[in-house]
Ligand binder design. Structure first.
Ligand code: MV4
Length: 587
């Protein structure tokens, strides 16, 4: 077994791995950026080393700094978590050359699966079919038209070096081919540095079902059941569950066998996930994720197998601690990702900030995998996942009820969270019936009136006299019965709770609504411009989207702050911008 393990990550997944190390008796080493000096993963690890820097690129993706810490601390293994270095073959090779074990698959497997065409070919060689499509780079619009004649429409054009759904274009009819192909190639080039694209029949209402696999260095490879991740928006998963609702046992076994065949086909070891699209009783190979995934706990809850412990054991050369026939799934598990994002109006706008309070649920069947505690700060620079709320129940309905109960106990102060969206999802008839698909959250779920703020830290409000008001919650007892009372009091009369409440300027009467901006439209956080929605000379109204900004792995609409005419556009797709940068000028 390893003598010391370094976790090249942060947040909840670093905490998860540190906990597994402690249970295995392996000393853990954390690394941290300047912003994470006192982060939860740093507090929990046995040792911690500074990487310097603030952004991910300056810190958690600073290869030199991490290699330096590895040699200084004497770790003989590195767990990459997810994101960052987890699917970076070059990093895996670099540490292996230094005699340090990468807790993950062989670099060759990462490379095969990183290129979607070669991944598709690898699956086909193992007898596993993807959605009907091509395995060659598209060189002309005629090839797409010929495919359409044979297989029909719609067609999906995908980036060969893509992933996460970016660069995929749907072609509904022959006259759309030219524009879709050009745009797919352009986006692929902008985002992945490679413009190559291929095509598939486009499934219109699929579910995203993925199969967990594990393989060791002794020729054992097993599947551990599926996770349904269909409840997502813009390729960000919101809810994952196992087993997948309404999935036939025979289909499940065929999917498991297919996943193991794909893994064996690329000499895979360690934990991995094979993704499928499932529609009308049929499943199609999509891609393989060569890492531990965010949603791994749902598999752990139904199988009782600690995947991180198993990953570390396998990386150390030990055989899997169970056989295929020993893997059983009991009951139902659901995970809800609690992100610092405001789901109001379905927008899921990032809401970084300090957690002024954090009360997490517990009780029977409830698990909280967190990366923060009260007082910690969720930075705009990193993934804003605060923690994962995971429940287990004897069946799906029990698990949904338990999740609703757990969500009602969760209270987060200081930032908006996705919790209220989860409550809506759990309460929806479609979700309860298990008939949702990957498009359901965006196209069907009603998120109107949802607020990301929990009631512990409400925003200041005014009752019409122009006097800012804040809500104060007090507990009173009336005849021995406990009541929670909310009072809206003038801000100045209330004790300040965040240091700057009394400094907030009073609004001039009549100008309180949107539309009073300066016309210098700025972005609130660092990110990449993915789309410009307006042209110079165009009339816009306050609140209308002008550019789409990708930040913290999400697309955010940046809106006009006043009505008027667009006089200047300072950015184009692909540009990197920082917080406060002006992107569009309206006058
Ligand atoms: C598809 C598809 C329908 N038909 N391929 C999006 C992410 C990328 N990895 C593959 N994706 C899709 N590929 C065909 N032929 C629908 C999606 C898709 C999707 C897949 C999984 C989870 C969420 C999704 C959301 C939108 C589209």
């Amino acid at each position: 077994m390893f003598s010391k393990l370094l976790i090249a990550n942060r947040g909840e997944i670093a905490v998860r791995v540190i906990r597994a190390c402690r249970e295995l008796g392996i000393p853990s080493v954390a690394v941290y950026s300047e912003l994470d000096r006192d982060a939860m993963h740093v507090r929990l690890a046995d040792e911690a080393f500074a990487l310097g820097g603030q952004t991910a690129a300056e810190s958690y993706l600073n290869t030199e700094a991490i290699l330096d810490v590895i040699s200084r601390c004497g770790a003989d293994a590195v767990h990459p978590g997810y994101g960052f270095y987890s699917e970076n073959a070059e990093f895996a090779r670099a540490i292996t050359e230094r005699g340090v074990t990468f807790v993950g698959p062989p670099p060759e497997a990462i490379e095969v699966m990183g290129d979607k065409i070669s991944a598709r070919l690898a699956a086909e060689r193992s007898g596993v079919a993807g959605v009907p499509g091509t395995t060659e780079v598209i060189t002309s619009t005629g090839e797409v038209a010929a495919f359409g004649d044979e297989h029909g429409y719609p067609i999906a054009i995908k980036a060969a070096y893509g992933g996460g759904g970016r660069g995929m274009k749907v072609v509904g009819s022959p006259d759309e081919i030219e524009a879709a192909l050009a745009s797919a190639q352009r986006e692929a080039e902008a985002f992945f540095g490679r413009g190559e694209c291929y095509m598939e029949r486009y499934l219109t209402w699929p579910r995203h079902i993925e199969m967990q696999i594990m393989a060791d260095h002794h020729g054992n490879a097993v599947w551990l059941g599926e996770r349904d991740c269909s409840a997502q928006r813009r390729h960000q998963k919101l809810v994952e569950e196992s087993p997948a609702p309404l999935l036939d046992d025979a289909v499940r076994k065929a999917m498991g066998d297919a996943a193991v065949a794909v893994a064996r086909g690329c000499n895979y070891t360690n934990a991995g996930t094979v993704e499928f699209l499932y529609q009308d009783g049929e499943f199609f190979y999509l891609e393989m994720n060569t890492r531990l995934q965010v949603e791994h706990p749902v598999t752990e809850m139904v199988t009782g197998i600690d995947l991180v412990r198993e990953q570390i054991r396998v990386a150390a050369g030990e055989p899997l601690s169970f056989t295929q026939s020993e893997v059983t799934s009991v009951g139902h598990a659901i995970e809800a990702r609690i992100n610092a994002e405001d789901p109001a109006g379905g927008r899921f706008l990032p809401s970084p900030g300090s957690l002024t309070s954090l009360v997490v649920p517990d009780g029977f069947g409830v698990r909280w995998d967190g990366g923060y505690e009260a007082g910690d700060t969720v930075s705009q620079y990193y993934d804003n996942l605060i923690g994962k709320l995971v429940v287990w129940g004897s069946d799906r309905q029990t698990a949904i009820g338990r999740m609703q109960r757990a969500l009602s106990e969760l209270s987060v102060g200081g930032v908006a969270t996705t919790a209220a969206a989860h409550a809506r999802i759990m309460a929806s008839e479609d979700f309860q019936a298990g008939v949702h698909s990957t498009k359901w959250v965006e196209e069907r779920l009603d998120l109107s009136g949802v607020s990301g703020k929990t009631d512990t830290d409400p925003p200041a409000e005014s009752d019409g006299d122009g006097m800012p008001r804040v809500r104060r919650d007090v507990v009173v007892e009336v005849d021995g019965k406990r009541f929670s009372v909310s009072a809206w009091v003038p801000e100045t009369a209330a004790p300040a709770n965040n240091g700057n409440t009394s400094a907030r300027p009073r609004r001039a009467s009549g100008g309180a609504s949107a539309g009073a901006g300066t016309g210098q439209v700025t972005v609130p956080m660092q990110g990449t411009i993915v789309k410009v929605l307006v042209e110079v000379g165009q009339e816009v109204t306050a609140g209308e989207g002008v550019v789409v900004l990708e930040a913290m792995k999400m697309e955010n609409s940046i809106n006009a702050d006043r009505s008027g005419t667009v006089t200047e556009i300072k950015v184009e797709p692909g540009d990197t911008v920082g917080a406060g940068d002006v992107v569009v000028v309206i006058s």
